[in-house]
Design a protein around this ligand. Structure first.
Ligand code: NDP
Ligand code: GUE
Ligand code: MG
Length: 288
């Protein structure tokens, strides 16, 4: 089989256009525009790129972005106080604190301080708990974007074998829960998994979120499987690539997501979706 690529960039553009319409409706009906606060501490070059992309996407959709850039030397208490002031600010619907944070700042304390109503990343323990027990709430953007990609190709998870490689709180674990919610039979693999290729070959749906350039080759893939590549890695020449060796996997899979142009743009589209949803909530409304 020769796989098709899932065009995350195009799907993300469509979702962003839908959000632009929702934002315009909200403004027409209530004279209100959603606002997203984006907090960046320090000068991590990858973080700068991501934050710039997020702000650009917001502006194109008519969402106000409130950009807060702080020096690397910022104290934890100063960052917590900034988050508290954003919690209190009625013009801020969503708060995103870009990770990773400098070593002297606890990610956990910062995320815990974000108001659950404004947790558009879906990283707060309140959002995580809601996903766990199947209650509505903000879903983490990367797995939510992957779910949209699966819908776009008409992939029905029910009864399928899904393998998620990686168990982070922001990608692997919430992805596994969302696939379970969609009635897949889910396996979570990680660095202690024995014979990872054999585990992965069981999968009708393989989601790879590991952070190891081109780890997954055709040898990990069942004929006809759908392969989702979350990785944002650099190859031996310093070029952006994913956790999947796309060229190798193309001959076996039915669908593969490219890097760049796959899951990354969908993550940003879902951030906008969560932000619009937070703003609609203020007026007793919801998406759809
Ligand atoms: N496209 C997007 O929007 C996003 C992309 N990313 C990218 O996705 C990747 C994963 O991110 P994140 O979840 O934050 O990563 P983490 O580093 O938090 O977690 C990596 C996971 O992979 C597991 N792992 C590491 N090495 C192996 C291996 N050789 N075999 C099997 N499992 C392994 C680890 O296992 P263990 O738990 O045992 O240590 C861990 O569970 C990164 O490349 C990141 O840049 C992340 C977020 C968004
Ligand atoms: N609080 C917080 N929330 C996040 O959602 C968050 C975070 N911190 N820290 C880092 C990770 C990573 N992440 C990406 C988002 C978009 C692309 C993306 O748009 N990638 C482009 C390429 C970008 C490039 O050229 O480097 C693509 O895949 O096509 C990548 C990675 C969000 N993260
Ligand atoms: Mg830290």
């Amino acid at each position: 089989m020769t796989a098709k690529l899932i065009d995350g960039k195009a799907l993300a553009a469509k979702i962003r256009a839908d959000m632009k319409v929702k934002v315009a409706q909200l403004e027409a009906e209530h004279g209100y525009r959603p606002g997203l606060a984006v907090v960046l501490v320090g000068e991590n070059p990858a973080s700068q790129v991501y934050v710039r992309n997020k702000i650009k996407a917001c502006e194109e959709a008519g969402i106000r972005s409130i950009e807060k850039r702080l020096p690397e030397s910022t104290s934890e208490e100063d960052l917590l106080n900034l988050v508290r002031s954003l919690n209190e600010d009625p013009s801020v619907d969503g708060i995103l604190v870009q990770l990773p944070l400098p070593k002297h700042i606890s990610d956990l304390k910062v995320i815990d301080t974000i108001s659950p109503d404004k947790d558009v990343d879906g990283f707060h323990v309140n959002s995580a708990g809601r996903l766990l027990v199947g209650r509505p709430g903000f879903r983490p953007c990367t797995p939510a974007g992957i779910a949209e990609m699966l819908d776009s190709i008409g992939f029905d998870c029910s009864g399928k074998r899904a393998v998620v490689v990686g168990r982070s709180n922001i990608v692997g674990k919430p992805m596994a829960l969302m696939l379970l919610e969609r009635n897949a039979t889910v396996t979570i693999a990680h660095s202690r998994t024995k014979d990872l290729p054999a585990v992965c070959r069981e999968a009708d749906l393989l989601v790879v979120a590991v952070g190891r350039a081109k780890l997954v080759t055709a040898d990990y893939v069942k004929e006809g499987a759908v392969v989702i590549d979350v990785g944002m890695d650099r190859d031996e020449n310093g070029k952006l690539c994913g956790d999947v060796n796309t060229e190798s996997v193309l001959e076996k899979a039915s669908y593969v997501t490219p890097v760049p142009g796959g899951v990354g743009p969908m993550t940003i589209a879902m951030l906008l979706t969560n932000t619009v949803s937070a703003a609609l909530g203020k007026f007793g409304k919801s998406l759809n």
